[in-house]
Ligand binder design. Structure first.
Ligand SMILES: Nc1ncnc2c1ncn2[C@@H]1O[C@H](COP(=O)(O)OP(=O)(O)O)[C@@H](O)[C@H]1O
Ligand SMILES: [Mg+2]
Length: 342
């Protein structure tokens, strides 16, 4: 064969085809094997790190890799082979998107923080700690049209030698298999980020998990939130909505007062930031008190400003919560103060 260039070329093409077929078969097997998956407690960080070791061999020199993995992560109940495949599929796509130039592949793994928890998919179990795997690239990104289809089996924008269109549908299947969730952020020309959420095994030495499941829930009580930091407003709003309250939020004291004065009797509680431009939390509290002397008003403060409970009382404030706080702290403070007021 060696002295017949055409035959060599044919052979090469044949091999490529065979490799592609092999990949296809492997992916389909993962699909169909799903029912007999053996899940056991494993350290996600170990599997992700190992897989990154494999991946490094295929990374072009002009692509920088950032690996940021939390070593102290609690175990997950998972199939190691599947987790490996998930990481490989995401990284392969990321690398393919950076084929034309230099770029950066970031793989991060850590425990989902209480603040990020509020913006995570709502389908995740509420009382379980969650691992978050982020795979980010600086590649060509995706159009909205592409984004809408990426998890569909056989959807691909690649040529037959590169893509089968199964990578992400397999990833999606694996994530579902592990009771997790996956989200994507991408813009054409601006790279892509995939966020994979996987529940960790709740163990006895995770007091936070226990605490969260014990957080008292509301019964639709209406709460007004005021904070000039819009993202904090949004995350509090999500936390309280998840806990069963009905929430109205404003980013200025004036707007909050407007809401309140329209139907002062409808509210069960007001939670306000301490320091805001224009009107302070204390100033707002005084205004609210003129209409409703009985409503609980909780003040949020970014630091322990040396406020004494007696000072707060004289300002018309019922209680204080120190930022940053998590869902458990916020939830129990709200419940406690609703109870004493009702
Ligand atoms: N990191 C990424 N950057 C840009 N596009 C991506 C990325 N990941 C996935 N895609 C898009 O989603 C499609 C489907 O991905 P996938 O299911 O892995 O199939 P394949 O990689 O075989 O095409 C890809 O063809 C590509 O258009
Ligand atoms: Mg792929």
């Amino acid at each position: 064969v060696l002295d017949r260039p055409q035959a060599l070329e044919d052979l090469d093409r044949l091999m490529q085809g065979a490799n592609r077929a092999k990949r296809l078969v492997e992916q389909i097997l993962t699909f169909s094997r799903r029912s007999s998956i053996q899940r056991k407690p494993i350290a996600l960080q170990k599997i992700v790190h190992e897989t990154m070791g494999f991946m490094r061999a295929t990374v072009p020199a002009n692509v920088e890799i950032i690996e940021d993995i939390d070593d102290g992560l609690k175990p997950v109940l998972a199939d190691p082979t599947q987790i490996q495949q998930l990481v490989m599929n995401l990284c392969t796509n990321a690398l393919q998107s950076m084929r034309s130039g230099r770029g950066r592949l970031e793989v991060r793994l850590g425990r989902l923080s209480p603040e990020d928890r509020a913006s995570a998919p709502q389908t995740l179990p509420l009382s379980t700690p969650i691992a978050l795997l982020t795979v980010r690239d600086t590649g060509h990104g995706m159009s909205e049209e592409t984004l809408a289809h990426i998890f569909e089996p056989f959807f691909t924008t690649k040529g037959p030698a590169e893509g089968t269109g199964l990578g992400l549908s397999v990833v999606h299947g694996i994530v579902k298999e592990h009771d997790g969730a996956i989200t994507v952020q991408s813009k054409q020309g601006e790279g892509s980020s995939f966020f994979v959420y996987i529940p960790l095994i709740p163990t006895e030495d995770q007091p936070e998990a226990k605490e969260q499941s014990k957080v008292p829930r509301g019964k639709g009580e209406k709460i007004l939130i005021v904070d000039d930091e819009v993202t904090l407003c949004m995350s509090m709003s999500r936390m309280l909505t998840r806990l069963g309250y009905s929430v109205v939020s404003s980013s200025t004291a004036a707007e909050a007062l407007d809401h309140f004065l329209k139907e002062p009797q409808a509210y069960h509680m007001v939670i306000t930031d301490m320091s805001m431009p224009q009107m302070s939390g204390a100033g707002l509290a005084a205004e609210l008190r003129r209409k409703r002397s009985d409503i609980p008003i909780i003040l949020m403060s970014g630091f322990d400003a040396g406020l004494k409970m007696s000072d707060l009382k004289s300002m018309g404030v019922t209680d204080l919560v120190i930022k940053p706080f998590d869902m458990a702290a916020l939830g129990s403070c709200v419940a406690k103060n609703l109870k004493t007021s009702g």
